[in-house]
Write a protein of this length. Structure first.
Lengths: 306, 378
């Protein structure tokens, strides 16, 4: 059992009417790994997660989650997986404690589980508060507490930090890493690049297709992008020039600097050189960031669609 | 822990539903307040046999016969002569305006012709726009008029002759000797009130989860369809029980409806009826996508079930096809059951057929609900 990956699904397809929302997606996640699931809005992340935790039946494809068949053992998967939905989906007209008691009852957990979960997450003082009256950060804490209370072996988090302030996000990730160190496998979908970089591995999905996967370094390397940075007072002028130049695929200003990105290294270097000379800007080569890679991937898959 | 059913999980869902029900104060108040209000309103307001209806008398010559006629008609309880000396034109205007329900016209030579032994005529015009209003009053008039006039004429011979030709018809109004509408309406109201709250509330059960987005979470946990269904409908049995007590106590104390049969038999019937209703509501809940749709479905069901079940209008008076529709409504069978037990003192054998029908509805709706329920978000 322990040698088997936590998630191993192949060729997942989901159609809603005419639209293919998930198109032959295969994912493998080893036990104890934190895997990021990235992609633009509407790319099929939520649908893929729902298929893996037994909430949707795939139209094609097969696979195992924690050793259980995703087509036939959905009930077994539900017992061992913690799924945190994108939208807060606990009962707003119940208090924090009542929500946790509900989850504890459904999973047949001992009575003490609620109290210890409340204490673990620092929710004891707020246990009598209605869930609906909580702020975004506290709702997220409650949802996380409820998802991990039954000690799942696999946690699936669907955009868990949307609408949460940076400090709460930091705490949230600390919690996740601590759990992963204890052996929990985590699959987390996100938009945030800094969060993607906190994952052991990432999967990038766009328009229902898995575009790339690997560690952050691998993904960046595989993209094969060259990034040049121009610095100087006239970068707005440089930006206008670069837009139409050969080999330049992205031009993105960051404060006083300008990132020039493209797959064709020599062409990008040449274009950047020309623009830098014309505007008397400082020129240097930089590491390509994950965000630049994703913008590139997003643009590429959009082209595929058209 | 069993895979398909666990008491622990069922208890958990029931507890959660009960807390939510309690927190929704307005709905909770409505579940208990509305039945009482409806009972008072309809129990007192609905009357199929109205009395003391306004009438006008058109008679050119006031004589002892016309006076005897007025007295006799008023004694039936149906007529109240608000306009005892109207002209024909006035009477026409009164009935057209709805100020009177009847116009009684006696010709000027009525007394003379009666004394001569001829057969004079009395014209009674009734506002029959609502047939129910006029029927009771019209039915009584023939005998009443004859008896009054004969008594007034004091012609013993004529009376004897009259009696001789008559067949003695004995009418025994059983179970409700005074023909009180309330005896019929109040037990029926229990059915209507239970139906209103039970079906409507449970129709919201799943759609509320879907609308609030909590369905996704609920489904991601190891709960089974039967646990969700029972967990959502069982709390309403408590609400139903409270309503039953309220209505039965009110029926006895306020409306004085007799209770001829066994209370346990009635409660058995109510239990099966409520079971059928909550599961029917739950079926609506699996059909509708939003709470609004669930409400609409419920109302589409309410109207025929009030009109065709025999609650408002006599079941036997409907054409065959309408009676077939009526037979498909649980309320129809419940009305037979409760009227049988409360008014006629029916025993188990006498109500076996409506009881079986209700059991059939409960089982059928349960199977339908479970087959409709989606364990996934597909």
């Amino acid at each position: 059992m322990t040698g088997e990956p936590a998630i191993a699904v192949t060729g997942l397809v989901k159609r809603f009417g005419e639209r293919t929302v998930v198109d032959h997606v295969s994912i493998e996640v080893a036990r104890g790994e934190i895997v990021g699931f990235l992609g633009p809005n509407g790319s099929g992340k939520t649908t893929t997660i729902r298929m893996m935790c037994g909430l949707l039946t795939p139209d094609e494809g097969e696979g195992r989650v924690l050793g259980h068949d995703i087509l036939h053992d959905q009930r077994a998967i539900k017992r061992e997986v913690g799924y945190m939905t994108q939208r807060f989906s606990f009962y707003e007209d119940l208090t924090i404690e009542e929500n946790l008691q509900f989850v504890a009852g459904v999973f047949d957990l001992p009575r003490e589980a609620v109290a210890s979960t409340l204490a673990d997450l620092g929710l004891t003082s707020r246990k009598g508060q209605l869930a609906g009256s909580l702020s975004g950060g506290w709702k997220q804490r409650l949802a996380l507490a409820a998802c991990i209370m039954h000690r799942p072996k696999l946690l699936m988090l669907d955009e868990p930090t949307a609408g949460v302030d940076p400090k709460a996000r930091r705490e949230f990730w600390d919690e996740i890493h601590q759990r992963a160190a204890e052996g929990l496998t985590v699959l987390v979908s996100t938009h945030y690049m800094d969060e993607a970089e906190r994952c052991h591995r990432i999967n990038y999905i766009s328009y229902g297709k898995l575009i790339t996967q690997g560690t952050v370094a691998e993904v960046v390397r595989d993209a094969g992008l060259t990034t040049m940075v121009l610095e100087g007072p006239r970068i707005a002028e440089a930006q206008r020039m670069l837009r139409s130049m050969h080999g330049v695929e992205q031009v993105a200003p960051y404060g006083n600097s300008l990132h020039v990105i493209g797959r064709d290294g020599p062409a990008v270097r040449k274009a950047a050189q020309t623009a830098a000379e014309a505007t008397q800007s400082k020129l240097l080569e930089a590491e390509t960031s994950l965000e630049d890679v994703f913008i590139q991937l997003m643009g590429a898959s959009q082209d595929n669609m058209q | 822990m069993s895979t398909f059913f666990s008491w622990q999980r069922l208890r958990t869902i029931i507890r959660k539903e009960s807390i939510q029900m309690r927190r929704d104060r307005i709905t909770f108040a409505m579940m208990l307040g509305v039945p009482l209000m409806q009972l008072m309103l309809f129990g007192f307001a609905i009357n199929n046999d109205p009395k003391d209806l306004p009438a006008a008398l058109v008679v050119p010559v006031q004589d002892r016969y016309s006076r005897a006629m007025v007295t006799a008609l008023e004694l039936t309880g149906y007529y109240r002569f608000t306009h005892p000396a109207a002209t024909a034109a006035e009477a026409e205007a009164l009935i057209a305006a709805g100020d009177v329900s009847f116009v009684v016209t006696m010709p000027s030579d009525f007394g003379r012709r009666f004394e001569r032994g001829e057969h004079p005529q009395i014209l009674i015009e009734a506002d029959a726009t609502d047939p129910a209003v006029a029927s009771g009053a019209i039915n009584t008039i023939g005998t009443v008029a004859n008896e009054a006039l004969l008594r007034e004429a004091r012609t013993e011979a004529a009376m004897a002759e009259n009696q001789a030709t008559k067949v003695d018809v004995v009418i025994h109004r059983r179970y409700n000797p005074e023909g009180l509408t309330q005896y019929n309406i109040v037990p029926g109201l229990l059915g209507v009130i239970l139906q209103m709250t039970m079906v409507m509330m449970t129709a919201m059960a799943l759609t509320r989860e879907t609308e609030r987005g909590t369905m996704e979470n609920l489904l991601s946990m190891p709960v089974t369809p039967i646990e969700i269904m029972l967990g959502k409908v069982l709390p309403f049995f408590v609400v139903g029980a409270v309503q039953v007590v309220v209505v039965l106590v009110a029926a006895r104390l306020i409306f004085g409806v007799p209770f001829a049969g066994s209370i346990w038999l009635l409660l058995l019937g109510v239990f099966v009826f409520v079971m059928a209703l909550v599961v029917l509501g739950y079926v609506f809940s699996t059909l509708a996508r939003t709470q609004m749709q669930a409400m609409q479905l419920t109302f589409f069901y309410f109207l025929p079930s009030i009109l065709l079940s025999g609650f408002m209008f006599p079941f036997s008076g409907m054409p065959t096809w309408a009676r077939w529709i009526g037979e498909t409504l649980p309320l129809t069978h419940f009305l037979r059951l409760i009227r049988g037990v409360m008014l006629k003192g029916a025993d188990l054998a006498a109500i076996a057929s409506p009881l079986l029908a209700l059991t059939g509805f409960a089982i059928g709706f349960t199977l339908l609900a479970l087959s409709r329920f989606r364990q996934t978000l597909d």
